[in-house]
Design a protein around this ligand. Structure first.
Ligand code: PBG
Length: 330
């Protein structure tokens, strides 16, 4: 049968029937909220990311996370921001047990316990004076010495009580090295969310301002993926799964939805996260006045989920969760 008997519009006639046949739903529980923490000082709005802040360790951060929890955002991923004078070539501040991220983990876990799940990004670019994600030898980021430092960083976070570590440096073998180190220290239950297919992307620009982590020379193209490649992402994901990743990730999300779908179709048995990165967030904010920010944001998040993501790392988490209390605008 076809038209005039077949009329797909019947399924779109009103909100109730649209909701009844909707294939995709987003919920605050899909979100992981990225949070920037710094050792001290005042709460600072990040110039490149309106509505996002650098939080000193203290009451304001706890109040903010309380608000997040109250709208259903129960997962955060922490990024450390440190002053330039503690940065060095080896990113020592990244695996200092008294560093900003371990302290933040303890503070948050003391306040919320199991109610708030804490992920921590494992990388060195926020802590190295040259801004690269690892140790530089002969003008190259050295893979094998770098992953040893990631393992040390991960164990430091585990010691502080983190639930999941999230290695984002795109070094080969980083997941295996971290898994081994966690297990040998008794942290069998600390999970790994691997930034498996992380592209060398200009969409990270606002984040690098936020975390002052831009490389001082060169770029990250010798370790992050080439934007021209999709199939290679499946290989990266499969390697990370073999190495022990519990959750894998594609990053950025929006310009890489084909990659999200390809990974989900080919490796469907592993939870997949997608990172709706800083540039994607800031573009939406910058377009206010030209677009309906609320509807566009919810449309973007829905599309990332529809493409195959199970979890979405997003700076929109808090506002989206608030909007979702009134239901989706579709
Ligand atoms: C650290 C890291 C970056 C992001 C997450 N972890 C920056 C980079 O690789 O330069 C980017 C996140 C974003 O843009 O929102 N390696």
């Amino acid at each position: 049968m076809r038209f005039p008997h077949v009329r797909p519009r019947r399924l779109r006639a009103g909100k109730v029937i649209r909701d009844a046949v909707a294939e995709t739903w987003i919920d605050a529980r899909d979100f992981i909220y990225p949070v920037f923490v710094k050792p001290r000082g005042g709460v600072e709005e990040i110039s490149s990311m309106p509505g996002q802040f650098r939080w000193p360790l203290g009451r304001e951060l706890i109040n903010h996370l309380e608000e997040a929890l109250s709208v259903g955002v129960d997962k955060v991923i922490l990024f450390g921001v440190v002053p330039d004078d503690v940065k060095d070539p080896h990113g020592t501040a990244g695996y200092d047990p008294n560093g900003v991220v371990p302290q933040a983990i303890k503070l948050i876990k003391d306040a919320f316990g199991d109610k708030l799940y804490v992920f921590a990004d494992v990388c060195l670019c926020e802590y190295t004076d040259h801004g690269h994600c690892g140790v530089v030898k002969n003008n190259r980021v050295d893979n094998d010495s770098t992953i040893k430092l990631y393992a040390k960083e991960a164990v430091t976070y585990a010691d502080a009580g983190v639930d999941f570590v999230a290695p984002s440096g795109m070094m080969d073998g980083q997941v295996a090295e971290i898994r081994r180190a966690l297990d040998s220290h008794g942290f069998h239950d600390v999970g790994i969310m691997a930034y498996s297919a992380k592209y060398a992307s200009a969409f990270y620009g606002p984040f690098r301002v936020a975390a002052s982590s831009a490389p001082k020379f060169g770029d990250r193209r010798s370790y992050q993926m080439d934007p021209r490649n999709a199939r290679e992402a499946v290989r990266e994901v499969m390697l990370d799964v073999e190495e022990g990743a519990d959750i894998v990730m594609v990053k950025p999300a929006l310009a890489y939805l084909d990659v999200v779908k390809l990974v989900k179709d080919n490796v469907p048995w592993v939870p997949l996260a997608a990172y709706n990165v800083s540039g994607e967030y800031s573009m939406v904010k910058a377009a206010a006045g030209y677009i309906d920010v609320k509807v566009v944001t919810l449309e973007i998040l829905t599309s990332i989920k529809r493409a195959g993501a199970d979890l979405i790392l997003t700076y929109h988490a808090l506002e989206a969760a608030k909007w979702l209390r009134d239901g989706l605008p579709f």
